[in-house]
Ligand binder design. Sequence first.
Ligand code: C2E
Ligand code: MG
Ligand code: MG
Length: 576
Amino acid sequence: MNNKGQSANRRTIDETLQAITTRKTPVPKSGFILLILLYVLATVVLIRVTRMGGEITIAGNVIQLRNLAGVFSSLANLCVILLVVIYRTPGFITGLAILITQFPVVFIDIIRKHNFDAISGFFTNFLTIIVIILIYINYKRASRYQKTVLEQAVTDLLTGLPNRFAGREYFGGLIKANEKFVYVAADISNFKSINDTMGYETGNKVLIEIANRWRNLADSGETGTYNMVGHVGGDEYGFSIQDYESEEDVIRTITRFREVLEQKITIDDCDYYVNACFGYAFFPEDAADLETLVSRASLAMHDAKRRGITSEPIRFTKELIHSEKGLDIERKIREAIEADTVFFHLQPQYDMSHKLRGFEALARMKDADGSFISPADFIPVAEQSGLVDQIDMCVFRKAAKFLEDAEESGNSNFLISVNISVKHLLKNSFIDDIKSILDTYKVNPGRLEIEITESVMIDSVERALERIEEVKKLGLMVAIDDFGTGYSSLSYLNNFPSNLLKIDKSFIDAMDNGESSKKYVASIISIGHILGLEVISEGVEREDQVETLSKIGCDYIQGFVWGRPLPPEDAAKLIV
Ligand code: C2E
Ligand code: MG
Ligand code: MG
């Protein structure tokens, strides 16, 4: 289990922080050598022009070479200064060494050769040494300050642990290196009550104690894996697990973290016991980038928190996304119902001669950013959370209002179909709900149709049949939706008091596969007709499908080929 060899090469948390803060952009070494070469060249030329004398003519002016000495001397000193500025300590040492070794040469020149011109060189050297010492002292002071600032930027001031930024640097580095590891999200469960009852000061001491325990555990290597702990914020911590061989190693490591956490914490003579919820996710199996990895581990942690599990860590699974997404959608549905922002679109239905039969009202909901949330996402959540009745009724009411307005303006030769969830249908309040709509809006009930999905209805056929009888008594039309997708039973269809059979899109799509699929659709249409029902095909997207359906006796078409779901104001233009 333990991979000591590998662990020995790993750093402690402090060493890792050190590495993050001291990371610098490398300066090319070739520049260092180039500056020294330039220095040597400038000095050689300098010696030659001062010792040999002579003159050159530039633009008609005669210049004594000796007068150019200052230029080369400045160039040489500039090289030394650049060495210190760019290469810091090594540059300073090299520069200082070069300048100091110049002194004996200059002295010899002055004393032995009585070359008093060299005196100026002596002073220039001396001044350059002072300049580079000043530059170096200044640099040292600035870099000490910079280091403190950087350290503060990567450590959490309260606990001294690496903060969110340092964590991102470190874990991001592992991902870049494609090194497998596990990210663990931990949330201290009962921290809020300590904070609330004992005050922030005590709360902070508890956080510091937890950090110390976990830092010591990580640095001791006692878990058998390599761990790096960070304080993500508030009472949330995150740590990595590297050098594991199996998921058991991971669970054993997290268990060690849990055990040291759960030991008594004594602060100012008071004993505290804390525990935490842990969630974890594997890189690269569970996520390919850091953001996703961290959010998936914390999704698992939140699941543990919701279920009150502190005794075992929860691993991220795909199902968690769905349950989390479901909760998010449920919240949005509640908000939309509360604010009455659930609305509807109308999809036209036509007979085979392209004459309008009516519209299906389809519920619509928007997200905060204005994008549509698909009914395929929110209807199942609404069904599970018992909110679907309210969505159905909201659409039903608004659709009835649309019909009332149309009837008032003399355009009432069409139907409006609304979807009703079977759960809603089976409720005792259902018939009253419909009655209240008929009382509120002046509409002809025969212009309203309810659609019931066949697949779910079969579970409680008897009760559903009774309800539908009552709906029919109120004068409404009834359609069987998504026909063919459930356990279609001819015997119940025979007794079913409906008017319309809606063939599901999947059968219409399947007609492309060959003659037998077309024959299948043809036989559904025939059976419908034998039972006295009209038949509509849903999800028709192409003219050739319309042609086939027309040939095999279909009565109506609903599909993108002749009309997509439209906002009511656009649908109204189709009925004038
Ligand atoms: P559905 O009742 O079978 O509605 C037909 C669905 O097929 C609609 O999807 C419609 O936009 C889509 N559709 C129609 N023609 C075509 C086509 O040619 N191609 C394709 N690709 N799709 C087509 P939508 O609006 O996303 O609704 C999905 C389902 O959500 C509905 O299926 C229905 O079961 C449910 N739903 C919608 N509104 C309500 C509601 O108010 N209450 C309840 N309980 N369920 C609803
Ligand atoms: Mg429908
Ligand atoms: Mg359908």
